[in-house]
Design a protein around this ligand. Structure first.
Ligand code: KG4
Ligand code: ZN
Length: 350
């Protein structure tokens, strides 16, 4: 079964062709970062207009990279949430039109499930069902959560952030350090030459179930206090324009607080779930310190770590098509009448 995937939930327009369940034949991503950079964040109105402009060429490119024509497509899979409503609408409208024109099923996919299964896109990875139950850590610009997956399509949300996402923590911290947007990758690079013990920043303790909507606080994250701690620290001890080594030390210390906060919750979740495998996806899983620290942690526990290949860490349509390839996602006649769901949570399916 050949599936065309379409992704437009935020600021990446992407199309991919996969052979079910998850063999990637092509994955074209057009990033809008340069357009949003000057504003310090994604501007929804610009994002949706750019999706309208970019998607036709992105879809054509995915088909030609895969070496197939329209007639080879057996189904169209599309992200219908979560994300920016106006951005989601563009991809969903394109997918509906293609499914009608090609007379193939439309499959509505939860974007977070795309990140959840993204580690399995790389050749040589086991099938998801073969490593169940596993724990999934999703760390992106908009989401941070821990899920126990009992079978593809079945599991439990263990914990999530109660305020900012890990990617937001990177971007807001980088912004305070004057590193531009999105600052995660720049902060990562600077931190490599810094001392992570230079300054201790808070790890964002979550104490009460009343803060987490009933989720176990041991598996939940809070990053907004970290950003505030950096703001006060810089107000007290400003960085000189030529801060050099001190900037790298502060960046490394700030990054260490985020990575350590993630590791503590992962440790608790692995212990509680009894899972033998951790699968990690989302844009923040590109972070070199996080990858290294997770590898050391899981090795010390004798557990398996499945990291997403860099090409599939950020938003992409291959992961969306793969969710459909695994037999998940909303199907049937009523899907064509469905609207986008900007606030979908990770285990909600259509
Ligand atoms: O998954 P993604 O592309 O978009 C969402 O679905 O949100 O993630 C983007 C986020 C941004 O916050 C970006 O700063 C962060 O991932 N990011 C990183 C790194 N590369 C991207 N954060 C830390 N270190 C990196 N190397
Ligand atoms: Zn995403």
């Amino acid at each position: 079964m050949i599936i065309l995937g379409i992704e437009s939930s935020c600021d990446e327009s992407s199309a991919a062709v996969i052979e079910a369940p998850c063999r990637v034949l092509s994955n074209t991503v057009s990033s809008q970062i340069a357009l949003h950079g000057p504003y310090g964040g994604v501007v929804p109105e610009i994002a949706c207009r750019e999706h309208v402009r970019a998607l036709p060429a992105v879809i054509s490119d995915a088909l030609s990279q895969a070496g197939i024509g329209w007639g080879a497509i057996d189904a169209v899979a599309v992200t219908y949430g979560p994300g920016l409503a106006s951005s989601l609408l563009v991809g969903l409208a394109a997918a509906k039109a293609l499914s009608l024109r090609l007379e193939v099923p439309l499959i509505a996919v939860n974007h977070l499930q795309g990140h959840l299964f993204s580690p399995f896109l790389s050749p040589g990875m086991p099938e998801p069902a073969a490593v169940c139950p596993f724990v999934s850590l999703i760390v992106s610009g908009g989401h941070t959560c821990l899920v126990r997956v009992d079978a593809p399509g079945r599991g439990e949300l263990l914990g999530q952030t109660i305020d900012d996402a890990a990617g937001e923590a990177f971007d807001k911290g980088a912004n305070l350090l004057g590193l531009g947007y999105p600052g995660g990758p720049v902060l990562d690079r600077l931190a490599r030459e810094g001392d992570p013990r230079y300054r201790r920043f808070p790890r964002g303790r979550v104490d009460a179930k009343s803060w987490t909507g009933g989720l176990d606080p041991r598996f939940c994250f809070s990053f907004s206090g970290l950003k505030t701690a950096l703001r006060y620290y810089l107000a007290d001890e400003p960085l000189a324009p030529d801060a050099g080594q001190r900037l790298r030390d502060v960046a490394a210390s700030y990054q260490e607080a985020i990575v350590d906060a993630l590791l503590r919750r992962v440790t608790a979740a692995m212990e509680q779930s009894g899972a033998g495998t951790l699968a990690v996806g989302g844009g923040v899983s590109l972070n070199s310190r996080l990858r290294e620290a997770l590898a050391a942690l899981l090795a010390s526990q004798g557990r398996q770590l499945l990291l997403t290949e860099p090409a599939y860490c950020g938003d992409n349509a291959a992961m969306v098509a793969a969710v459909a390839g695994l037999g998940l996602g909303g199907r049937g006649e009523s899907v064509a009448a469905r609207d986008v769901c900007p606030n979908l949570s990770v285990l909600e399916a259509y």
